[in-house]
Design a protein around this ligand. Sequence first.
Ligand code: PPE
Length: 306
Amino acid sequence: MAFRSDFIWFDGGFIPWDEAKVHVLAHALHYGSSIFEGIRCYETTRGSAVFRLPEHIRRLFNSAKVYRMDLPFTPEQVERAILDTILKNQLKSCYIRPLAFRGYGQLGVDPRTCPVQLAIAVWPWGAYLGEEALEQGVDAGVSSWRRAAPDTYPSGAKAGGNYLNSGLIKMEALANGYAEGIALDVFGNVAEGSGENLFLVQDGALVTAPLSNSVLPGITRSSVITLAQELGIETKECVIPREQLYLADELFYTGTAAELTPIRSVDHIQIGSGRRGPVTARLQQAFFNIVSGQVADTHHWLTPVE
Ligand code: PPE
């Protein structure tokens, strides 16, 4: 389906999709001063529901706090606006993109006099790396571009500017024939994909990089850790040297857009059996069972749209 819907929520009200425009001198266009979220709304057996909405809103406000950005709405207002935007566009399932940015005011690096604006768009978005990737897995390559050092662009804040780096990683991966890249951190240890966290399965245990290795505190990441613990799978957050990627039994990406996508090769080296492994399959199943409403939402991860 097309990348659009009918209405965008912009600074407190709805406007038609095609009218959601900004001035070319908006601060964010020049200096990357935006923060955003990516959220999914699923069609469950009991109606549409948003996955981990309060956690995404909290991360949005956390990103704003890091960048000293005062959002002109409360978390409750943003939550209501997101649900209203889904309803207004009459979508049963969709991707949700709240975006806050420094708008048109004074130009120059100091953003303090620029108004902070907030927009919410929703549109249908299928499998991020392709429908068959969820089953077959994707080919990935370690990027020559590193994630930013912790004291440069903080990876704990989901800021627009961070995605200049993600774009370099993604474009290089595609140019090299991979579906996605894997970025190392400034010390050469494994960080994450251009828009996904990364998990290894090694000797039955689940391993992912700690937040100190330049990764986004992914909400899918935290959900997968919870699900693994419930399934009795040992989980560890520890520093992952590059070669451990090749030696893993299973590898997969997690993210709101990517959900749980297996990785079948890294740098043309086959991972495990070269197809989705059993631990990945179990976790995928547990995840999709919840977001489809097929099992009870015991974690209270779903916010009904109506
Ligand atoms: N790392 C990065 C760099 C990242 O952008 C995402 C989400 C994640 C990890 C996973 O976080 P979470 O969604 O909370 O599990 N990437 C978003 C944007 C993707 C895009 O192409 O735009 C997303 O998945 O919504």
